[in-house]
Design a protein around this ligand. Structure first.
Ligand code: SF4
Ligand code: SF4
Length: 453
Protein backbone atom coordinates (compact mmCIF):
# COMPACT_ATOMS: atom_id res chain seq x y z
CA UNK A 1 0.00 0.00 0.00
CA UNK A 2 1.31 3.44 -0.90
CA UNK A 3 2.10 5.61 2.18
CA UNK A 4 0.52 9.05 2.06
CA UNK A 5 2.54 10.52 4.89
CA UNK A 6 5.36 12.75 3.62
CA UNK A 7 7.40 13.01 6.82
CA UNK A 8 5.98 16.21 8.31
CA UNK A 9 3.85 16.15 11.45
CA UNK A 10 0.16 16.61 10.78
CA UNK A 11 -1.34 19.30 12.98
CA UNK A 12 -4.68 18.48 14.53
CA UNK A 13 -7.86 20.54 14.72
CA UNK A 14 -9.76 19.89 17.93
CA UNK A 15 -13.13 21.67 18.20
CA UNK A 16 -12.16 25.15 19.39
CA UNK A 17 -15.11 25.64 21.77
CA UNK A 18 -14.14 29.30 22.12
CA UNK A 19 -17.62 30.41 23.12
CA UNK A 20 -16.15 33.19 25.28
CA UNK A 21 -14.35 34.82 22.32
CA UNK A 22 -15.13 38.50 22.23
CA UNK A 23 -16.27 38.65 25.85
CA UNK A 24 -14.69 41.63 27.62
CA UNK A 25 -12.50 40.92 30.66
CA UNK A 26 -14.71 41.56 33.68
CA UNK A 27 -13.11 42.32 37.08
CA UNK A 28 -14.45 40.18 39.94
CA UNK A 29 -14.19 41.95 43.32
CA UNK A 30 -15.26 41.63 46.94
CA UNK A 31 -13.23 38.52 47.85
CA UNK A 32 -13.25 38.16 51.64
CA UNK A 33 -10.13 36.02 51.80
CA UNK A 34 -7.23 34.90 49.58
CA UNK A 35 -4.68 32.14 50.10
CA UNK A 36 -1.47 32.85 48.21
CA UNK A 37 1.20 30.16 47.73
CA UNK A 38 4.75 31.50 47.93
CA UNK A 39 5.80 29.07 45.21
CA UNK A 40 4.06 29.70 41.87
CA UNK A 41 6.95 29.34 39.44
CA UNK A 42 9.53 27.06 37.86
CA UNK A 43 12.45 27.00 40.32
CA UNK A 44 12.38 27.71 44.03
CA UNK A 45 9.73 30.13 45.29
CA UNK A 46 9.86 32.53 48.25
CA UNK A 47 10.28 32.51 52.01
CA UNK A 48 7.57 34.28 54.01
CA UNK A 49 8.39 37.76 55.32
CA UNK A 50 4.98 38.28 56.91
CA UNK A 51 3.48 36.63 59.98
CA UNK A 52 0.04 36.07 61.48
CA UNK A 53 -1.55 39.37 62.51
CA UNK A 54 0.43 41.59 60.10
CA UNK A 55 -1.49 44.21 58.16
CA UNK A 56 -0.80 44.13 54.41
CA UNK A 57 -1.85 46.30 51.50
CA UNK A 58 -2.18 45.48 47.81
CA UNK A 59 1.29 45.15 46.31
CA UNK A 60 3.13 44.52 49.59
CA UNK A 61 5.69 41.73 49.24
CA UNK A 62 4.72 38.57 51.17
CA UNK A 63 7.77 36.51 50.38
CA UNK A 64 11.45 37.09 49.86
CA UNK A 65 13.10 35.37 46.84
CA UNK A 66 15.38 32.53 47.95
CA UNK A 67 17.51 32.13 44.84
CA UNK A 68 18.40 33.82 41.55
CA UNK A 69 15.39 32.21 39.83
CA UNK A 70 12.88 33.21 42.52
CA UNK A 71 10.53 36.13 42.04
CA UNK A 72 8.67 37.91 44.82
CA UNK A 73 5.03 37.23 45.66
CA UNK A 74 2.74 40.13 46.63
CA UNK A 75 -0.50 40.69 48.52
CA UNK A 76 -3.50 40.77 46.19
CA UNK A 77 -5.98 42.26 48.69
CA UNK A 78 -5.51 44.52 51.72
CA UNK A 79 -6.22 43.15 55.19
CA UNK A 80 -4.76 41.01 57.96
CA UNK A 81 -2.55 37.95 57.62
CA UNK A 82 -4.59 35.14 59.16
CA UNK A 83 -1.97 32.42 58.78
CA UNK A 84 1.29 31.38 57.16
CA UNK A 85 1.21 27.63 56.75
CA UNK A 86 3.01 24.91 54.87
CA UNK A 87 0.57 23.22 52.51
CA UNK A 88 0.66 20.66 49.73
CA UNK A 89 0.60 22.06 46.19
CA UNK A 90 -1.60 20.48 43.52
CA UNK A 91 1.51 18.85 41.98
CA UNK A 92 2.35 17.15 45.28
CA UNK A 93 5.12 19.57 46.35
CA UNK A 94 5.06 21.85 49.39
CA UNK A 95 4.95 25.61 49.79
CA UNK A 96 4.12 28.20 52.40
CA UNK A 97 0.64 29.66 51.89
CA UNK A 98 -0.21 33.12 53.19
CA UNK A 99 -3.91 33.61 53.97
CA UNK A 100 -5.14 37.21 54.09
CA UNK A 101 -8.55 38.23 55.42
CA UNK A 102 -9.81 41.31 53.58
CA UNK A 103 -10.48 44.65 55.29
CA UNK A 104 -12.67 45.55 52.28
CA UNK A 105 -10.63 48.74 51.78
CA UNK A 106 -8.45 47.66 48.82
CA UNK A 107 -5.68 49.96 50.02
CA UNK A 108 -2.66 50.11 47.75
CA UNK A 109 0.80 49.83 49.29
CA UNK A 110 3.25 52.73 49.26
CA UNK A 111 5.72 50.21 47.78
CA UNK A 112 3.84 50.44 44.48
CA UNK A 113 5.92 52.85 42.40
CA UNK A 114 6.84 52.76 38.73
CA UNK A 115 10.40 51.43 38.43
CA UNK A 116 13.23 53.51 37.02
CA UNK A 117 14.69 51.67 34.05
CA UNK A 118 17.83 53.02 32.45
CA UNK A 119 19.60 49.95 31.09
CA UNK A 120 19.38 46.19 30.62
CA UNK A 121 20.24 45.40 34.24
CA UNK A 122 17.64 47.76 35.70
CA UNK A 123 15.05 46.38 33.23
CA UNK A 124 15.76 42.78 34.30
CA UNK A 125 15.62 43.83 37.95
CA UNK A 126 12.27 45.58 37.38
CA UNK A 127 10.86 42.53 35.59
CA UNK A 128 11.93 40.35 38.49
CA UNK A 129 10.57 42.75 41.12
CA UNK A 130 7.19 42.72 39.35
CA UNK A 131 6.80 39.05 40.29
CA UNK A 132 6.07 38.05 36.71
CA UNK A 133 6.52 34.52 35.40
CA UNK A 134 5.38 33.11 32.05
CA UNK A 135 1.67 33.95 32.14
CA UNK A 136 0.75 31.66 29.25
CA UNK A 137 0.90 28.71 31.64
CA UNK A 138 4.62 27.89 31.81
CA UNK A 139 5.44 29.84 35.01
CA UNK A 140 9.06 30.14 33.89
CA UNK A 141 10.63 33.23 35.54
CA UNK A 142 10.59 35.96 32.91
CA UNK A 143 13.80 37.67 34.09
CA UNK A 144 15.67 34.38 33.57
CA UNK A 145 14.18 33.86 30.11
CA UNK A 146 15.27 37.38 29.15
CA UNK A 147 18.80 36.70 30.32
CA UNK A 148 20.04 33.77 28.20
CA UNK A 149 23.39 32.11 28.92
CA UNK A 150 26.47 33.98 27.63
CA UNK A 151 27.44 33.29 24.05
CA UNK A 152 23.89 33.11 22.66
CA UNK A 153 23.02 35.62 19.95
CA UNK A 154 19.36 36.53 20.03
CA UNK A 155 18.07 38.25 16.90
CA UNK A 156 14.28 37.90 17.33
CA UNK A 157 11.68 38.33 20.04
CA UNK A 158 8.74 36.08 19.18
CA UNK A 159 5.48 37.13 20.77
CA UNK A 160 3.22 34.16 21.34
CA UNK A 161 -0.39 35.19 20.84
CA UNK A 162 -1.44 31.89 19.25
CA UNK A 163 -3.69 30.69 22.10
CA UNK A 164 -4.34 27.41 20.30
CA UNK A 165 -5.94 25.50 23.20
CA UNK A 166 -9.69 24.97 22.97
CA UNK A 167 -11.91 27.10 25.23
CA UNK A 168 -9.25 29.73 26.17
CA UNK A 169 -9.83 33.25 24.83
CA UNK A 170 -8.34 35.56 27.44
CA UNK A 171 -5.12 36.29 25.51
CA UNK A 172 -7.29 37.21 22.56
CA UNK A 173 -9.15 39.74 24.71
CA UNK A 174 -5.88 41.10 26.11
CA UNK A 175 -4.90 41.85 22.49
CA UNK A 176 -8.27 43.44 21.69
CA UNK A 177 -8.54 45.52 24.86
CA UNK A 178 -4.86 46.22 25.48
CA UNK A 179 -3.16 46.15 22.08
CA UNK A 180 -1.11 49.31 22.78
CA UNK A 181 0.29 47.79 25.99
CA UNK A 182 0.96 44.46 24.24
CA UNK A 183 3.08 46.29 21.66
CA UNK A 184 4.67 48.62 24.27
CA UNK A 185 5.68 45.58 26.36
CA UNK A 186 7.22 43.90 23.31
CA UNK A 187 9.07 47.10 22.33
CA UNK A 188 10.49 47.67 25.84
CA UNK A 189 11.50 44.02 26.18
CA UNK A 190 13.22 43.90 22.81
CA UNK A 191 14.91 47.30 23.34
CA UNK A 192 16.39 46.59 26.78
CA UNK A 193 17.35 43.04 25.73
CA UNK A 194 19.19 44.32 22.64
CA UNK A 195 16.93 42.42 20.20
CA UNK A 196 16.50 43.99 16.75
CA UNK A 197 13.36 42.26 15.50
CA UNK A 198 9.93 41.41 16.85
CA UNK A 199 7.51 38.89 15.34
CA UNK A 200 4.00 38.57 16.74
CA UNK A 201 2.37 35.21 15.99
CA UNK A 202 -1.42 34.80 16.02
CA UNK A 203 -3.80 32.25 14.52
CA UNK A 204 -6.18 33.16 11.71
CA UNK A 205 -9.25 32.54 13.87
CA UNK A 206 -8.42 35.68 15.91
CA UNK A 207 -9.19 38.38 13.38
CA UNK A 208 -10.21 40.97 15.99
CA UNK A 209 -6.93 40.50 17.88
CA UNK A 210 -4.87 40.64 14.68
CA UNK A 211 -6.60 43.86 13.64
CA UNK A 212 -6.12 45.49 17.06
CA UNK A 213 -2.43 44.53 17.13
CA UNK A 214 -1.93 45.74 13.56
CA UNK A 215 -3.37 49.15 14.45
CA UNK A 216 -1.29 49.35 17.65
CA UNK A 217 1.88 48.52 15.71
CA UNK A 218 1.01 51.35 13.32
CA UNK A 219 0.65 53.78 16.22
CA UNK A 220 3.96 52.62 17.76
CA UNK A 221 6.13 53.42 14.73
CA UNK A 222 7.31 56.67 16.28
CA UNK A 223 8.37 54.93 19.51
CA UNK A 224 11.95 55.55 20.64
CA UNK A 225 12.14 51.75 21.12
CA UNK A 226 11.12 50.85 17.54
CA UNK A 227 13.52 48.03 16.58
CA UNK A 228 15.81 48.35 13.54
CA UNK A 229 14.40 45.09 12.14
CA UNK A 230 10.79 46.25 12.66
CA UNK A 231 7.76 44.34 13.87
CA UNK A 232 6.15 41.60 11.75
CA UNK A 233 2.71 40.21 12.43
CA UNK A 234 2.41 36.58 11.33
CA UNK A 235 -1.11 35.27 11.05
CA UNK A 236 -0.77 31.49 11.12
CA UNK A 237 -3.23 28.84 9.99
CA UNK A 238 -5.30 27.74 12.97
CA UNK A 239 -4.18 24.32 14.17
CA UNK A 240 -2.99 22.66 17.32
CA UNK A 241 -0.40 23.03 18.92
CA UNK A 242 0.68 26.24 17.15
CA UNK A 243 1.26 27.97 20.50
CA UNK A 244 3.71 25.37 21.83
CA UNK A 245 7.00 27.27 22.01
CA UNK A 246 9.11 24.96 19.85
CA UNK A 247 6.34 24.56 17.28
CA UNK A 248 5.80 28.33 17.10
CA UNK A 249 9.51 28.97 16.53
CA UNK A 250 9.50 26.46 13.66
CA UNK A 251 6.40 28.05 12.13
CA UNK A 252 7.62 31.63 12.55
CA UNK A 253 11.16 31.39 11.26
CA UNK A 254 11.81 27.75 10.42
CA UNK A 255 14.36 27.24 13.17
CA UNK A 256 14.60 24.06 15.25
CA UNK A 257 15.43 24.14 18.96
CA UNK A 258 17.96 21.34 19.50
CA UNK A 259 17.06 18.48 21.84
CA UNK A 260 17.48 19.58 25.45
CA UNK A 261 18.15 23.12 24.21
CA UNK A 262 16.48 26.48 24.74
CA UNK A 263 14.86 28.87 22.25
CA UNK A 264 18.03 30.93 22.74
CA UNK A 265 19.90 28.10 20.98
CA UNK A 266 17.78 28.96 17.93
CA UNK A 267 18.51 32.70 18.34
CA UNK A 268 15.10 33.64 19.71
CA UNK A 269 13.30 34.48 22.92
CA UNK A 270 9.59 33.69 23.06
CA UNK A 271 7.27 35.60 25.37
CA UNK A 272 3.55 35.14 25.82
CA UNK A 273 1.48 38.19 24.84
CA UNK A 274 -0.10 38.53 28.29
CA UNK A 275 3.35 38.59 29.90
CA UNK A 276 4.40 41.50 27.68
CA UNK A 277 1.09 43.31 28.23
CA UNK A 278 1.65 42.98 31.98
CA UNK A 279 5.28 44.21 31.72
CA UNK A 280 4.13 47.41 29.95
CA UNK A 281 1.56 48.07 32.67
CA UNK A 282 4.10 47.38 35.42
CA UNK A 283 6.67 49.74 33.90
CA UNK A 284 4.00 52.46 33.81
CA UNK A 285 2.37 51.91 37.23
CA UNK A 286 4.67 49.77 39.39
CA UNK A 287 1.71 47.53 40.34
CA UNK A 288 3.20 44.04 40.67
CA UNK A 289 1.47 40.83 39.60
CA UNK A 290 -1.43 40.62 42.05
CA UNK A 291 -4.26 39.84 39.63
CA UNK A 292 -4.74 37.23 36.99
CA UNK A 293 -6.77 37.26 33.81
CA UNK A 294 -8.50 33.97 33.06
CA UNK A 295 -11.16 32.30 30.94
CA UNK A 296 -13.80 30.50 33.00
CA UNK A 297 -15.74 28.00 30.93
CA UNK A 298 -17.08 24.45 30.74
CA UNK A 299 -20.54 22.91 30.63
CA UNK A 300 -21.09 23.22 34.39
CA UNK A 301 -20.52 27.00 34.48
CA UNK A 302 -23.62 29.21 34.38
CA UNK A 303 -21.98 32.32 32.91
CA UNK A 304 -18.69 31.57 31.13
CA UNK A 305 -16.47 34.53 30.36
CA UNK A 306 -13.13 36.26 30.76
CA UNK A 307 -12.39 37.59 34.22
CA UNK A 308 -9.81 39.51 36.25
CA UNK A 309 -9.39 37.91 39.68
CA UNK A 310 -7.02 38.39 42.63
CA UNK A 311 -4.21 35.84 42.77
CA UNK A 312 -4.96 33.49 45.67
CA UNK A 313 -8.75 33.63 45.34
CA UNK A 314 -10.16 30.10 45.35
CA UNK A 315 -11.63 28.48 42.25
CA UNK A 316 -14.84 28.06 44.26
CA UNK A 317 -15.08 31.80 45.03
CA UNK A 318 -14.28 32.76 41.43
CA UNK A 319 -17.04 30.47 40.12
CA UNK A 320 -19.51 31.87 42.64
CA UNK A 321 -18.71 35.52 41.87
CA UNK A 322 -18.85 34.85 38.14
CA UNK A 323 -22.42 33.55 38.43
CA UNK A 324 -22.21 30.06 39.89
CA UNK A 325 -22.79 26.60 38.45
CA UNK A 326 -25.70 25.19 36.49
CA UNK A 327 -24.66 21.53 36.80
CA UNK A 328 -22.63 19.35 39.15
CA UNK A 329 -18.94 19.66 38.33
CA UNK A 330 -17.31 16.36 37.51
CA UNK A 331 -13.82 17.59 36.68
CA UNK A 332 -12.00 20.92 37.10
CA UNK A 333 -9.03 21.71 34.90
CA UNK A 334 -6.54 24.54 35.36
CA UNK A 335 -5.63 25.46 31.77
CA UNK A 336 -7.03 24.01 28.56
CA UNK A 337 -8.35 20.51 27.93
CA UNK A 338 -5.23 19.47 25.97
CA UNK A 339 -2.40 20.62 28.26
CA UNK A 340 -4.13 21.67 31.47
CA UNK A 341 -3.99 19.81 34.77
CA UNK A 342 -6.93 18.37 36.68
CA UNK A 343 -7.46 19.98 40.07
CA UNK A 344 -8.14 17.83 43.12
CA UNK A 345 -9.96 20.47 45.17
CA UNK A 346 -12.28 23.35 44.23
CA UNK A 347 -10.70 25.35 47.07
CA UNK A 348 -7.35 25.51 45.26
CA UNK A 349 -6.16 29.09 44.67
CA UNK A 350 -5.76 30.88 41.35
CA UNK A 351 -2.04 30.99 40.57
CA UNK A 352 0.04 33.47 38.61
CA UNK A 353 0.23 31.26 35.53
CA UNK A 354 -3.39 30.01 35.42
CA UNK A 355 -4.96 31.17 32.19
CA UNK A 356 -8.20 29.20 32.38
CA UNK A 357 -10.47 27.27 34.70
CA UNK A 358 -12.67 24.68 33.01
CA UNK A 359 -15.48 23.16 35.02
CA UNK A 360 -16.70 20.11 33.14
CA UNK A 361 -19.86 18.07 33.53
CA UNK A 362 -19.76 14.29 33.87
CA UNK A 363 -20.54 13.91 30.20
CA UNK A 364 -17.74 16.29 29.16
CA UNK A 365 -15.23 14.71 31.52
CA UNK A 366 -15.94 11.06 30.69
CA UNK A 367 -12.74 9.25 29.73
CA UNK A 368 -13.18 6.75 26.89
CA UNK A 369 -12.17 3.19 27.59
CA UNK A 370 -8.74 2.18 26.34
CA UNK A 371 -8.30 -0.69 23.92
CA UNK A 372 -5.22 -2.37 22.46
CA UNK A 373 -2.93 -0.41 20.12
CA UNK A 374 -3.72 -1.28 16.50
CA UNK A 375 -0.39 0.15 15.31
CA UNK A 376 -2.05 2.56 12.92
CA UNK A 377 0.73 5.16 13.30
CA UNK A 378 -1.65 8.12 13.69
CA UNK A 379 -0.04 9.21 16.96
CA UNK A 380 3.36 9.24 15.26
CA UNK A 381 2.08 11.35 12.38
CA UNK A 382 0.38 13.81 14.73
CA UNK A 383 3.35 14.31 17.06
CA UNK A 384 4.79 17.82 16.51
CA UNK A 385 8.06 16.70 18.10
CA UNK A 386 8.36 13.67 15.79
CA UNK A 387 8.37 11.20 18.66
CA UNK A 388 6.84 7.73 18.62
CA UNK A 389 4.08 8.03 21.23
CA UNK A 390 2.96 4.39 21.00
CA UNK A 391 6.50 3.21 21.70
CA UNK A 392 6.91 5.69 24.56
CA UNK A 393 3.62 4.50 26.04
CA UNK A 394 4.80 0.89 25.81
CA UNK A 395 8.18 1.67 27.39
CA UNK A 396 6.50 3.54 30.24
CA UNK A 397 4.16 0.64 30.94
CA UNK A 398 7.22 -1.65 30.90
CA UNK A 399 8.97 0.69 33.37
CA UNK A 400 11.93 1.06 31.01
CA UNK A 401 13.66 4.46 31.50
CA UNK A 402 16.60 3.45 29.29
CA UNK A 403 14.36 2.94 26.26
CA UNK A 404 12.38 6.08 27.08
CA UNK A 405 15.63 8.04 27.11
CA UNK A 406 16.76 6.53 23.82
CA UNK A 407 13.43 7.54 22.33
CA UNK A 408 13.89 11.13 23.57
CA UNK A 409 10.86 11.18 25.86
CA UNK A 410 12.04 14.43 27.46
CA UNK A 411 11.39 16.17 24.14
CA UNK A 412 7.67 15.55 24.60
CA UNK A 413 5.87 18.86 25.08
CA UNK A 414 2.79 17.11 26.53
CA UNK A 415 0.54 18.62 23.88
CA UNK A 416 -1.87 15.66 23.91
CA UNK A 417 -2.11 15.47 20.09
CA UNK A 418 -1.28 11.76 20.18
CA UNK A 419 -4.07 10.99 22.64
CA UNK A 420 -6.50 13.08 20.61
CA UNK A 421 -5.95 11.14 17.38
CA UNK A 422 -5.64 7.63 18.81
CA UNK A 423 -8.54 5.46 17.60
CA UNK A 424 -7.83 2.95 20.40
CA UNK A 425 -8.25 5.76 22.97
CA UNK A 426 -4.90 4.93 24.57
CA UNK A 427 -3.99 7.21 27.49
CA UNK A 428 -0.82 8.22 25.70
CA UNK A 429 0.03 11.68 27.04
CA UNK A 430 -0.85 10.62 30.59
CA UNK A 431 1.56 7.68 30.37
CA UNK A 432 4.26 9.63 28.56
CA UNK A 433 4.16 12.21 31.35
CA UNK A 434 4.85 9.35 33.76
CA UNK A 435 7.60 8.16 31.42
CA UNK A 436 9.29 11.55 31.72
CA UNK A 437 9.18 11.22 35.50
CA UNK A 438 10.75 7.76 35.24
CA UNK A 439 13.66 9.15 33.20
CA UNK A 440 14.16 12.11 35.54
CA UNK A 441 14.13 9.79 38.56
CA UNK A 442 16.63 7.43 36.88
CA UNK A 443 18.92 10.38 36.06
CA UNK A 444 18.69 11.71 39.63
CA UNK A 445 19.48 8.24 41.02
CA UNK A 446 22.48 7.94 38.68
CA UNK A 447 23.74 11.39 39.76
CA UNK A 448 23.38 10.47 43.41
CA UNK A 449 25.21 7.19 42.86
CA UNK A 450 27.96 9.02 40.96
CA UNK A 451 28.23 11.60 43.76
CA UNK A 452 28.61 8.94 46.44
CA UNK A 453 31.18 6.80 44.65
S1 SF4 B 1 2.07 14.62 23.91
FE1 SF4 B 1 4.26 14.33 23.48
S2 SF4 B 1 4.36 12.41 22.36
FE2 SF4 B 1 2.20 13.08 22.31
S3 SF4 B 1 2.04 14.23 20.42
FE3 SF4 B 1 2.52 15.74 22.00
S4 SF4 B 1 4.77 15.89 21.95
FE4 SF4 B 1 4.22 14.02 20.84
S1 SF4 C 1 -2.63 6.08 17.44
FE1 SF4 C 1 -3.16 4.66 19.07
S2 SF4 C 1 -3.63 2.76 18.03
FE2 SF4 C 1 -2.57 4.04 16.54
S3 SF4 C 1 -0.36 3.49 16.81
FE3 SF4 C 1 -0.73 5.20 18.16
S4 SF4 C 1 -1.23 4.23 20.12
FE4 SF4 C 1 -1.49 2.66 18.59
Amino acid sequence: MKMKWLGLPRPIHPADKKGTAGMAIKPLTGFSRVTIPLDMQVGPGCEAIVAKGDHVEIGDPLGHPIGPWSVPVHASISGTVESVQDQILSDGGHAEYVTIVSDDLNTISECVKAPVVTDRESFLEAVRASGVVGLGGAAFPTHIKLNPPPGKTIDTLIVNAAECEPYITVDNMVCVEGADDCVAGALATAHWSGIDKIVIGLEDNKKDAAQAIREAVGRARQSEFWPSGGIDIKVLKTSYPTGAEKVLIRLINGRIVPEGGLPADAGVIVQNIMTLWFIARYLRTGMPLVKKWITLDGGAVKTPGNFEVPIGSTIEDVIEKAGGLKADPSKIIMGGPMMGVAVDDIKRPILKHNNAILVLTEEEAALPEESACIQCGRCFRACPMRLMPAALDKATRANNPAELSERHVLNCIECGSCTYVCPAKRYLVQNIRNGKSLVRAAKAAAREKGGKS
